[in-house]
Design a protein around this ligand. Structure first.
Ligand SMILES: [Fe+2]
Length: 289
């Protein structure tokens, strides 16, 4: 009874809108988490910005100066674009955030589910910030082979769009039902064929994979380090365990921390629902060898 009353008070304090939830969250600072991963380069893992204010992240990066910045997707908040305008135009924090990162250190990013609608023009704009977007592709950097595994929401939507005849850049509201059938399909899988050649490329392999629930698909591959986000720490944390995560459901396995010594999941930089994060601060994750 006491816990229900407590939760009710928290919900009242938060209000019921996404914006007011962010107001509540502003009193909880983004924390810096550091893990030691032997053999890994000094790097920072950023995930799930969702177009929120990047100032706390940039301030942290300026003070820590990582050698490498890895962004595991969901820089956008993936609602249907407004009036056929690019989400990079209407979500004002995203491109400046990418530019800030690229000015601090070499920056690589993969695509999350909230990037489901990005087209080649959007990818080009992201690339013009100086960030290397790895869209089911990889690159060699200082002896490190960095790959980006795109969310299946991205590749599923591309297939859906290729079958459409419209000249419009983004989907119309009346088509969203059809798109939902694609982007909410839980049994869909990412495109992993390219990973074989990636793994055979000599070097230390870092794979940026937005969805932690992809781990069973890639665990047995020769990849020294896998970085993920998406789970938002499980939204509420109890007994150092997340309560719920998209794609994993209740009491999810991979939400925040280091798993099996080489799989790192960030709790992310934001909240996207009216449900508050409880005992679950947003975080900037640093890895040191
Ligand atoms: Fe996500």
């Amino acid at each position: 009874m006491i816990s229900i009353a407590l939760l009710t008070i928290i919900f009242i304090l938060c209000g019921v809108t996404r914006d007011s939830c962010f107001l509540f969250l502003e009193v909880i600072p983004t924390i810096e988490t550091t893990y030691n991963i032997p053999g890994a380069p000094s790097l920072v893992l950023l995930s799930d910005l969702h177009n929120t204010d990047p100032a706390p992240v940039i301030s942290s990066l300026h003070s820590r100066h990582p050698d490498l910045i890895c962004i595991t997707g969901d820089v956008l908040y993936g609602i249907r674009p407004e009036g056929d305008r690019s989400p990079l135009e209407t979500q004002a924090n995203v491109l400046p955030f990418l530019s800030y990162c690229a000015a601090i250190a070499p920056t690589f990013m993969s695509l999350g589910n909230h990037e489901w609608m990005v087209d080649q023009k959007d990818l080009d704009l992201m690339g013009e910030t100086g960030v290397t977007v790895l869209d089911n592709s990889w690159i060699e950097w200082n002896g490190v082979v960095i790959g980006g595994l795109s969310s299946h929401h991205v590749t599923d939507y591309r297939r859906f769009k290729a079958a459409q005849t419209t000249e419009l850049r983004y989907p119309l509201p009346e088509n969203v039902a059809g798109i939902r059938g694609v982007i909410h399909a839980r049994d869909h899988k990412p495109e992993t064929n390219w990973l074989e050649e990636y793994c055979y490329t000599p070097g230390y392999h870092i794979l940026l994979s937005h969805h932690p629930e992809y781990w069973p698909l890639i665990r047995d591959k020769k990849i020294e380090l896998v970085l993920s986000g998406h789970a938002h720490g499980g939204q509420w944390r109890a007994f150092n365990h997340g309560v719920w995560a998209p794609g994993q459901g209740c009491w999810p396995k991979w939400t925040r921390g280091v798993y099996e010594g080489r799989f790192v999941v960030s709790a992310g930089l934001s909240n996207t629902t009216w449900i508050p994060r409880i005992c679950n601060p947003t975080e900037v994750v640093y890895l040191e060898p």
